[in-house]
Ligand binder design. Structure first.
Ligand code: DAH
Length: 372
């Protein structure tokens, strides 16, 4: 440690002369007044009141004055530094207020402007329901099978034992694809997902368990219950020893997955060319659970007070169809069922107009079963 330098005792320090201090003060105040922005004021503060500013350096020199002159010089410097820091504070306030005013104007948000935020898209319930049902079957060992929407007549009809004179082929039901000469091309827009059964049986090894959701087309005018474009889901199993009991089990699994467990199903005789025997599948009404059929019971809009809702067609694969696909009907048997996804969705949510499921209005998707 070095001792204070007692020898050093100059009589005069130029930077502490009254004239010099006044000059420093005037310069400092002029710089503060000239600062037009907060950044400029910051620079002025550093230059005129910072550690290396002339005033601070002069202040540090006070100790070098003769003792009698120190108080006077200290007072003068102190007053000057206070004046400078008051000027800085006052200017700071003015500039901050100006900035706040400017921000209010420049960064104002016009809440009356049109909203340009687009909500994230969501997949349509018809897609998600189709996939969820397919997933349920995949978890039971089924595979997903797909086929083209523009299909050969042979797959759509002939191989399914729908003969050429069957009414389903009539112009009012089927959308035929025109050939190059404007005549028939042998191709149609598939009228159901059943041709995927044929494709699966022709290409996949046995035993065979497939599920096929997909889009179908029919030459129908659009109304509350019909649409020229709709979706079906189809299920097909071909194995040794399959019976209608297996079909019932698969149908029940489907209804459990779509409507929740605990609803009974029933099969009633029906006719489809590609199944023998054929049946239609009904499920117990999930809304009234049959209450609407009891005397004095409340009316039910969903099952029209029938207690049952028809949902699907099904049956044991017709041996003729197996033969068309090169499968030995004496060794193998199969079951199949198919249904409309929009219809199932309408039943599930009590929608009465199929157009609501088709128009792509996001309010429908939001209200009826948007799944992540
Ligand atoms: N393909 C039939 C239709 O569009 C529905 C159907 C009925 C599918 C019975 C099947 C079935 O697989 O076995 O009306």
């Amino acid at each position: 440690m070095s001792a204070p330098n007692k020898q050093y005792d100059p009589v005069e320090v130029a930077s502490l002369s009254p004239g010099e201090i006044t000059r420093m003060r005037d310069e400092a105040l002029a710089a503060v007044a000239a600062a037009g922005t907060l950044d400029e004021l910051k620079a002025a503060r550093l230059a005129h009141a910072g550690d290396r500013s002339p005033l601070r350096l002069a202040n540090a020199e006070i100790g070098a004055l003769p003792p009698g002159a120190r108080a006077e010089a200290g007072k003068r410097i102190g007053t000057t530094m206070r004046a400078v820091s008051q000027a800085l504070a006052a200017r700071q306030q003015v500039l901050e207020e100006e900035r706040d005013q400017r921000v209010l104007i420049e960064e104002a948000v016009d809440v009356t402007l049109p909203w340009d935020h687009r909500p994230p898209g969501a997949r349509h319930p018809v897609t998600t329901v189709g996939e969820r049902l397919a997933d349920v079957f995949v978890s039971m060992g089924y595979e997903i099978a797909e086929g083209p929407e523009i299909e050969a007549e042979w797959y759509n009809f002939d191989a399914l034992n729908i003969p050429p004179d069957h009414p389903a082929r009539e112009m009012q039901d089927t959308l035929f694809v025109a050939g190059p000469d404007g005549g028939r091309s042998g191709m149609v827009l598939r009228t159901h997902t059943s041709p995927v059964q044929i494709r699966a049986m022709l290409t996949r090894p046995l035993p065979l368990y497939v599920v096929s959701p997909g889009r179908c087309y029919r030459n129908e005018a659009q109304d509350a219950t019909h649409s020229p474009v709709f979706h079906q889901i189809e299920c097909l199993a071909v194995d040794e020893g399959l019976t209608m009991a297996d079909l019932r089990g698969a149908v029940q699994a489907f209804v459990d997955a779509m409507f929740g467990e605990g609803l009974r199903t029933r099969l009633r005789p029906d006719y489809f060319p590609f199944t023998e025997p054929s049946a239609d599948v009904s499920m117990e009404c999930h809304v009234c659970r049959g209450a609407s059929t009891r005397p004095g019971g409340p009316a039910c809009r969903v099952c029209r007070s029938q207690g049952w809702i028809e949902l699907a067609g099904c049956g044991m694969v017709n041996p003729r169809v197996l033969i068309a696909c090169g499968i030995d009907p004496d060794r193998y048997s199969g079951f199949a069922f198919g249904l409309g996804i929009e219809r199932a969705l309408m039943v599930r949510h009590g929608v009465t107009d199929i157009r609501d499921t088709l128009e792509g209005d996001v309010r429908f998707s939001r209200a009826f079963g948007v799944e992540a």
